[in-house]
Design a protein around this ligand. Structure first.
Ligand code: ATP
Length: 259
């Protein structure tokens, strides 16, 4: 494996609230890395910092050999990093298919399509085929013509993943992909994500569901109050003293219960 992402000494404060303190970790090409930590430990802020939604106060972020810290989010998407959100908000008046198509248009420019250029028409046809394929993979074909805002919370999560994949990322960052997803669909989602990694997409996944972490991730990093306190295999988490302290500090009896 070779290195895809290197986060070094990244810090971030909001006012007087120091949310990330000197966070460093690496992610290898093809790796599925879990990002764990109690509520409020800074996981989403770390994803926001990598994806350009939040500027780090200090430190460096290198993706595929290029510095991306403080780049605007659209440049980071173009570099090959896509992400989903913990609570995706979908437009009221667009269908599921239209939302996925719009995500595709954002990747290769609106003007080609509007001007009806041949390259734009070809890109649109390719996008439509890819959108159909992704909706199929993510079990959303049946609802493709419904308003996106009418989907359940779990289906919106799946739609967020479809949108993120329209740009053919090499790194996909998922913020709690399992939350709200129907238990019957969870195993299929795990298999879909494993298939994506086999196709060469690396994954950085925030998740509280330990079964999901154990089945999916090869390695985990654990944040506690904005600092990385562990980097280990999922099966080592329950014996890791720093991890137990991070979670037990939140008055829960076992790691399984805590997350
Ligand atoms: N834009 C912001 N402005 C001010 N404070 C923020 C902002 N974003 C996050 N925070 C604060 O940063 C801290 C960490 O929040 P964050 O959402 O990153 O944690 P988390 O580990 O993802 O939590 P959870 O598991 O509950 O989603 C919290 O105290 C939060 O209030």
């Amino acid at each position: 494996m070779s290195r895809l992402l290197e986060v070094a000494d990244v810090s971030k404060a909001f006012g007087g609230n120091q949310v990330l303190t000197s966070v460093s970790f690496t992610l290898e090409k093809g790796e599925i890395l879990g990002l764990l930590g109690p509520n409020g430990s800074g996981k989403s802020t770390l994803l926001n910092t990598i994806s350009g939604f939040t500027r780090p106060d200090g430190g460096s972020i290198t993706f595929d050999g290029r510095s991306i810290a403080s780049q605007p989010s659209h440049r980071i998407i173009q570099a090959g990093i896509a992400r989903t959100f913990q609570l995706p908000v979908m437009p009221e008046k667009m269908s599921v298919m239209e939302v996925v198509m719009t995500a595709g248009t954002r990747q290769h420019g609106l003007f080609n399509g509007l001007l009806g250029l041949a390259s734009g028409r070809k890109a649109e046809q390719e996008d439509r085929a890819r959108a159909r394929e992704l909706l199929d993979i993510l079990l959303l074909t049946k609802v493709k013509d419904l308003p996106a805002a009418a989907l359940s919370g779990g289906q919106k999560k799946l739609l967020g993943i479809a949108c993120a994949l329209m740009g053919k990322p090499t790194l996909l960052m998922l913020d709690e992909p399992m939350a709200g997803v129907h238990p019957k669909l969870r195993q299929e989602l795990v298999e879909t994500l494993v298939n994506l990694s086999h196709q060469g997409i690396s994954l950085l996944v925030i998740e509280h569901d330990m079964h999901f972490i154990n089945t999916l991730c090869q390695r985990c990093i654990v944040l506690d109050r904005g600092q990385i306190v562990a980097s280990c295999r999922p099966d080592e988490l329950a014996q890791n003293q720093q991890v137990l302290e991070a979670y037990l500090g939140h008055s829960t009896a076992t790691l399984q219960e805590a997350v």
